[in-house]
Design a protein around this ligand. Structure first.
Ligand code: ADP
Ligand code: MG
Length: 445
């Protein structure tokens, strides 16, 4: 039963949440009264289940017409599976959630300067600039919303970096909503709510990304509500991003919806043709690619609105043109045939997610041959891409640890586990990696 519920939930929560909180749970059994007993690797997972996932699980069970009325979770005591689960989820979760003295880390690439302005995003861009110039005066909160890959995170990072450079010493706190929730659970678990409050309520500006993630997570929303009020009362700037306007975010409580309406809503629309052209030109320029006119036009008309996808396409074009060259380091001029080849691999059905396509894609990103990922080599140049490929095999293909081990030249499952954990952890602090994983994920989904 739990497996059925899991696959239902898998489509609803982020891969990160899924891996951290749901996947390690095992079913113990169903009681006569409809209570589904679950075993978890540690207290944090029990708490998270009770606080944030109970209703979702019950809803999923109802949709699947399963006879589950209630859930009950406890830390499992059986040593065998727990031994693995603990290495994976116990210490890993605790380490990654240790948020003491972590200052906001921004991706330098995401600046106002590198943001291409067009009619689709000029309003959001102007609002973001106003906030960065006049925090807590212009618009508070600023709520930016738009579809996937349209530049919300980019704008938020730009605001954060601009604030820090405009006002030295300003405490800018940037978190994803996911992180906010994880830190809250961690703080509840370890009785550290006061430091949690301090971290968020002493910010001069709070930038919180992807607020839709908090939909239906009532406890976290309550906490965020108090954070919001505390900061707003102190006249501190709050910036929120979401994939939808507040009214449409499923499971967002009314009092937050009404708070968000106090400030300014700024939407980012899908880029029009002209903006797409401008973005293509800018990104090609940054990548040192020269695009003939027919290729520019082809890319702009055939690409969908996701700008991350566009970036992936240009990277792929770069790879295609370097591979076509006989001389290392040289590139063959881009032509329409190459563009078609690159588009084929990205458009529509995306890449068929398979072990081979994941290995190819990762190898390409690192200028390696897919074969090399299977080699025994432990040099960083190979080990790091291999860890990324393993992570994707788990996330995209749901392969088991031993399967992944076999696919990568016979690695032990604990090595695989270690590799995947490393990427999970690293991705939170390394914006470049996070970006890459997003792009690769998009390609296979
Ligand atoms: P979102 O958070 O809305 O899903 P991101 O901010 O992560 O999207 O943007 C996806 C990628 O597209 C990033 O690499 C970002 O730099 C790029 N991007 C998005 N919009 C623009 C823009 N207007 N100009 C330049 N790059 C952009
Ligand atoms: Mg984003």
């Amino acid at each position: 039963m739990w497996n059925e519920i899991l696959s239902e939930l898998r489509t609803e929560v982020s891969p990160e949440s899924y891996e951290t909180w749901l996947e390690p749970i095992q079913e113990v059994g169903l009681e006569g009264d409809g209570t589904l007993r679950l075993a978890t690797p540690n207290d944090s997972v029990v708490l998270m289940l009770k606080v944030e996932y109970r209703q979702r699980i019950l809803d999923a069970a109802a949709r699947l017409a399963l006879p589950v009325r209630e859930i009950d979770a406890a830390v499992r005591s059986t040593p065998a599976p727990a031994a693995i689960a603990n290495t994976r989820y116990g210490p890993a979760v605790q380490q990654t959630l240790d948020f003491k003295d972590r200052s906001a880390s921004f991706n330098e690439k995401y600046s106002f300067q590198s943001f291409v302005v067009g009619s689709c995003n000029e309003f959001a861009h102007a609002a973001a600039q106003a906030v960065a110039a006049n925090p807590a005066r212009a618009y508070n909160p600023l709520y930016i919303y738009g579809g996937v890959g349209m530049g919300k995170t980019h704008l938020i990072h730009a605001i954060g970096q601009q604030l820090q450079s405009n006002f030295s010493g300003m405490r800018v706190v940037y978190v994803s909503s996911e992180q906010f929730m994880n830190e809250m659970i961690h703080s509840l678990r370890y009785d550290k709510m006061s430091s949690f409050h301090e971290r968020f309520r002493t910010a001069d500006a709070l930038l919180i990304d992807d607020i839709q993630v908090l939909g239906s997570r009532e406890r976290t929303q309550e906490e965020f509500f108090h954070t919001f009020n505390a900061l707003h009362n102190l006249g501190k700037q709050i910036v929120i991003s979401s994939d939808m306007p507040p009214k449409q975010v499923p499971g967002l409580v009314d009092r937050l919806k009404s708070r968000f309406a106090w400030g300014l809503m700024a939407d980012i629309q899908a880029p029009d043709l002209e903006t797409k052209m401008a973005i293509i030109d800018r990104k090609a320029d940054e990548a040192g690619l020269v695009l003939p006119e027919d290729v520019r036009a082809m890319l702009a008309t055939q690409l969908k609105s996701n700008i991350r996808e566009l970036e992936g396409l240009l990277l792929r074009l770069t790879a295609i043109s370097s591979m076509a060259s006989r001389h290392v380091g040289d590139r063959v001029p881009i032509n329409a045939a190459m563009a078609k080849q690159a588009l084929r691999s990205i458009a529509g059905s995306a890449d068929q997610a398979s072990l081979a396509s994941i290995m190819d894609a990762v190898a390409q990103e690192f200028d390696l041959q897919a074969e090399q990922l299977r080699q025994k080599s432990n040099t960083k140049a190979i080990a790091y891409p291999r860890q990324i490929a393993m992570y994707l095999c788990k996330n995209v293909l749901s392969m088991s640890l031993p399967e992944i081990g076999r696919a990568f030249g016979g690695k032990h499952h604990t090595t695989v586990l270690h590799s995947i954990n490393k990427i999970v952890k690293l991705r939170r602090s390394d914006a470049k990696l996070d970006d890459l994983l997003h792009r690769l994920n998009d390609r296979f989904n």
